[in-house]
Design a protein around this ligand. Structure first.
Ligand SMILES: Nc1nc2c(ncn2[C@@H]2O[C@H](COP(=O)(O)OP(=O)(O)OP(=O)(O)O)[C@@H](O)[C@H]2O)c(=O)[nH]1
Ligand SMILES: [Zn+2]
Length: 196
């Protein structure tokens, strides 16, 4: 396979396909057997979606914002998260809870846009901590809110199916900005997040 400098952000499907074929050979498989012959092309199509966030940013989804004069907590719970652990390239999945308090000069966004924002950052090679802070920082930048709380709870398949093999353990990360740092506000938001 020809080696060239990486082009950050570009998606090179033929190169993914060639790399997957090579990977199959490297793990001891026959990439030409019936069940695998279409796999490199299939994985190339699949990775285009799995890593689509590399070619998107918050600006692409936080387009619809309104000025409603609402200055109380807005909390969207249990937004499904599917991401890929950047250490092992296996999935981690779970839920995100996103809360924000619109600021006096701030804007609110369509609720679906919060879920779209999660995907922008989840569809990349990631670690859960960075996913959490990127979502919080994007909301601060685009909505100028008084406060933001992002809590993510995920199971990492790199800890379940291999390695330490502890299925069922969940990792919880949070990022807190602005007024949401105040102890009472944060405690109230957390109690709403954790109530099932
Ligand atoms: N902080 C953090 N760690 C992660 C995340 N995803 C995976 N990891 C950890 O990344 C670490 C990588 O450790 P290494 O020792 O380099 O890799 P390894 O030998 O495969 O480690 P084991 O998973 O323990 O077998 C592991 O402890 C993983 O559990 C994440 O989102 N955040
Ligand atoms: Zn991992």
């Amino acid at each position: 396979m020809a080696r060239t400098e990486p082009v950050i952000g570009a998606y090179d499907a033929p190169r993914v396909e060639a790399a997957i074929r090579e990977l199959l050979i490297a793990v001891g498989e026959d990439p030409d057997r019936e069940g695998l012959k279409d796999t490199p092309a299939r994985v190339a199509r699949s990775y285009a979606e799995t890593f689509a966030g590399l070619r998107q940013d918050a600006e692409d989804v936080l387009t619809t914002t309104f000025d409603l004069g609402h200055e109380e907590l807005v909390l969207v719970k249990d937004i499904e998260v599917y991401s890929t652990c950047e250490h092992h390239l296996v999935p981690f999945h779970g839920v995100a809870h996103i809360g924000y308090i619109p600021g006096p000069e701030g804007r609110i966004t369509g609720l679906s846009k919060l879920a779209r924002l999660v995907d922008v950052y989840a569809r990349r090679p990631q670690v859960q901590e960075r996913l959490t802070t990127q979502i919080a920082d994007a909301l601060v930048e685009f909505l100028a809110p008084a406060g933001v709380l992002v809590v993510i709870e995920c199971e990492h398949l790199c800890m379940s199916m291999r390695g330490v093999r502890k299925p069922g353990s969940r990792t919880v990360t949070s990022a807190v900005r602005g007024q949401m740092r105040e102890v009472a506000t944060r405690a109230e938001a957390m109690s709403l997040v954790l109530r099932h």
